[in-house]
Design a protein around this ligand. Structure first.
Ligand SMILES: Cc1cc2nc3c(=O)[nH]c(=O)nc-3n(C[C@H](O)[C@H](O)[C@H](O)COP(=O)(O)OP(=O)(O)OC[C@H]3O[C@@H](n4cnc5c(N)ncnc54)[C@H](O)[C@@H]3O)c2cc1C
Length: 446
């Protein structure tokens, strides 16, 4: 039978790809599945800190969406607009703006970084949300090391060698540990930098790191980071970022040319548009859903993952924005969509967290697993085993395993990879490309 109805999933992250995989073999024969995502790959965010610290290559923490799905049609495109009444989507694709009709629509578009939290944050700080961000931070660190070697002024050298990480949550702790390891390993290649000229400072406004974990684990994370040379400043808030300094709420000024920001997320503008045009309700900035993932008052619309506030029937709370919950919601939503298409009742999402973990650098970490608290090497091994098992595709798993094993014996990679093109070709081709692009999709297609 030729499919006459279309289920569209927008967003190729943890939630969207897990949902597509769970549905693609099981949809009724008159339904087809379309996945739209603005990148051609899915990113394994929990390993971005390892990219920053050069423990793994950036290509290995992403997987091409076409290799992850088998029977779903994939379109690389950015969703611009949803017409919930006509059930149509407008997307910016590599071939220009295209419209797609849908019968059921699932939004899994995640969240964006929020960079207006502090004066100077947007201009000077480096967010960590995408694999491109991770590579950019790593390159920036290498640029700083190269500049120190060419700088005579001692104060300037110290400011270039100070790397500040804002946020003592999971990402901040992992980036700080990873950066400290990277600097220690890279220094041997920079003979004009002295011991003591490089350092990492982690700023956290709470009294304890990793506030989602029990106090003992937060303390253990701080202890572990300090042992590897990270300056952990608790109860300290950054109030202003400048090109060469961070001002703190105690009026101190920390000289630093490099600030990594791991705090702050915000919804996509699309979500605001949906609230204005289709009456979608928001809860804590996320799309409010019923317990089964459907969006109240908008027939045919569902949402999950970081962009959605999905109630958890297990404890009545709103699901946290984590990969673990995004995957669990996708599995439940697949069942609910199939139930809806077959006229059966849907089920509420109910999930008990299995635990949480973070690395604090090589061979050290903290973990909470089914109530069991682990620190040090066991937690680190557990982190690696768990994320290795969760990586998409066997090829990715093998590559990461080889890289991890490699980095146990050899120094970390210090290649400053720039996408420099042949200058003559770039000069001749870029003006032509710019003038031939239509204004609406010029940004996307380049
Ligand atoms: C650095 C970092 C570390 C993390 N570490 C952990 C961890 O250790 N454990 C954990 O559980 N969670 C972790 N998280 C959180 C976790 O990554 C998210 O909770 C998870 O990715 C949410 O999945 P999602 O599919 O909802 O969103 P995402 O994974 O963000 O995917 C959203 C997708 O939508 C696409 N998209 C966005 N807008 C559009 C549009 N307009 N049109 C088309 N496509 C669009 C994006 O390209 C992306 O593919 C981490 C996050 C970060 C940033």
């Amino acid at each position: 039978m030729h499919p006459s109805k279309t289920l569209v999933i927008v967003g190729g992250g943890f939630a969207g790809t897990t949902l597509a995989r769970a549905l693609e073999q099981r949809l009724p024969p008159d339904w087809q599945l379309l996945l739209v995502s603005e990148e051609s790959y899915t990113t394994f965010n929990p390993m971005l800190a390892e990219v920053v610290g050069a423990a793994v290559f950036p290509e290995h923490v992403i997987a091409p969406i076409r290799a992850v799905i088998s029977r779903t049609r994939f379109v690389m495109g950015r969703l611009l607009q949803v017409d919930a009444r006509q059930r149509r989507l407008r997307c910016d694709t590599l071939a220009g703006v295209r419209e797609f009709a849908y019968d059921e629509l699932v939004l899994a578009i995640g969240q964006r970084a929020k960079l207006d939290l502090l004066p100077g944050l947007a201009e000077h700080a480096l967010p960590l949300k995408l694999v491109g961000d991770a590579l950019h931070i790593r390159n920036r660190v290498l640029q700083r090391l190269a500049r120190i070697e060419l700088t005579a002024d001692p104060a300037e050298r110290l400011a270039l060698g100070r790397f500040v990480v804002i946020g003592g949550g999971f990402s901040g702790v992992e980036v700080a540990g990873s950066l400290a390891d990277f600097l220690r390993s890279a220094r041997r290649y920079y003979p004009r930098i002295a011991d003591g000229e490089l350092g990492v400072t982690l700023l956290h406004d709470g009294e304890r790191l990793l506030p989602e974990l029990p106090a003992r684990l937060g303390d253990a994370a701080a202890h572990s980071l300090r042992r590897r040379g990270v300056e952990v400043q608790l109860g300290t808030r950054a109030t202003r970022i400048e090109a060469d300094a961070v001002t703190l709420d105690n009026s101190a000024r920390l000289a630093s040319h490099t600030v990594v920001c791991t705090i702050g997320t915000q919804r996509h503008a699309l979500v605001d548009a949906l609230a204005a045009t289709a009456g979608v309700a928001l809860q804590r900035g996320r799309i409010a859903t019923h317990a089964d993932g459907s969006v109240p008052g908008v027939p045919g619309l569902w949402a999950l993952g970081d962009c959605a506030a999905v109630p958890n029937a297990e404890d009545g709370s709103i699901s946290p924005p984590t990969a673990q919950f995004a995957v669990a919601q996708a599995q439940q939503l697949a069942e609910n969509l199939l139930a809806r298409l077959q006229g059966r009742p849907t089920m509420p999402f109910a999930y008990r967290s299995r635990g949480m973990m973070a690395t604090t650098g090589h061979h050290k970490g903290v973990a909470l697993l089914f109530g069991l608290q682990l620190t040090g090497l066991p937690a680190w091994l557990l982190w690696r085993a768990y994320y290795l098992s969760r990586l998409p595709t066997f090829g990715r798993k093998l590559r990461i395993w080889v890289e991890w094993t490699w980095s146990l014996f050899f120094p970390l990679d210090i290649t400053h990879l720039r996408f420099t093109r042949t200058a003559e070709a770039q000069a001749a081709q870029e003006p032509a490309a710019a003038s031939s692009s239509s204004s609406e999709h010029a940004h996307f297609s380049r």
